[in-house]
Design a protein around this ligand. Sequence first.
Ligand code: GLA
Length: 386
Amino acid sequence: MHNQDAIEAFRKIFEDDAQVVASAPGRVNLIGEHIDYNGGSVMPFAIPQRVYVAACTDESEHVFAHSAALAKDGRFPLDVASPTEPRGWENYVQGMVHELRAVGVQLPGAKLWIGGDLHPGCGLSSSAALCMAIGYALAKLAGVDVAPVKMALAGQAAEHKFAGTPCGIMDQYISCHGKADHALLIDCNKLTHEYVPFHADGVCVLAIPSGVKHALSSGAYEARVRACQRAMAVITQAYPEITSLHQVSREQLEACRTQLDDESYLRARHAVTEVARVADAVAALKAGEFERMGTLLWQTQDSLRDDYEVSCPEIDELIGVLRACGPVLGARMIGGGFGGVVIALVPTDRADEVEDEVKTRYYSPNNLDEQMFRVVPSAGAGADAV
Ligand code: GLA
């Protein structure tokens, strides 16, 4: 999809001309899962698939939104203070309007066409991309530059307050800061980042939908956040200098083992070992050592399954297929868990072989009609005047 497609689609729906077009990408996360809300570093990259928003101002004090993916319309006043029920796609639009106004952006009434090639619920962070595309379109209409970190925080607040998802900052942050040929190492405590070159000559990343839809707002994600907080409450008793789980060493965690309930111990063990794997992965990527990178992906998968307990039988089955497939250097589930997408790092000249294997050993037996795709690091969100 391109800006021009969004402009034409806007005209068909609203019989009016768009003044701005914004777009924002989804993401895959190479490594650092369930680490953002524990203050550590994560290393995602933005993918080519994007949410597009074409928009123009409206003289009323209202926002009119059309979702092309869902073929639905919504309308609400600019001073929306709380999410309408039942919760759905419209809440993300309301959330961004509310959060941008909360940071002082004077928004005009607006008409928004929302579409793109990153589909709702695809497991590649479509909701964060939706929020960022809406945010950039609205800010452009208002004639205001909102710094990317501020936009990411507005998106996270919109998810918390309007969508009911207590997510971390990773997805919004990468959607704003993505860059071609680079992964992004985000320090989620300081909200700073470093670009790590990822040309992936010779290797590629396959995004493989598991066919299982995940629902982040379900309680399982929140339960993980709470278990990490419980672990922190115990650990800081023993080590008052520690302010965030990502600072805890394995020795410190083990020293607190007897005071921790089993659940919070296991969740914290994932966080502590994952923080170390991220550091290793950055070194591996910088050195172009993709076999080492692959080994770290397998290890993260094991930790997500055994310690964080966010895998599910279908993901385990898909990972089993990939493990048995010779060319795969490493693979793991990404995102919140319980379904969604698996990434696999594979030599580019053997990617076809891996795709065939997934089709015959996972998709066909399970009657799934999913599309795998090869993802490359791509540009972040932005808006243009038409
Ligand atoms: C979801 C959340 C992110 C992050 C991941 C797990 O994608 O939106 O903030 O916590 O899960 O790493």
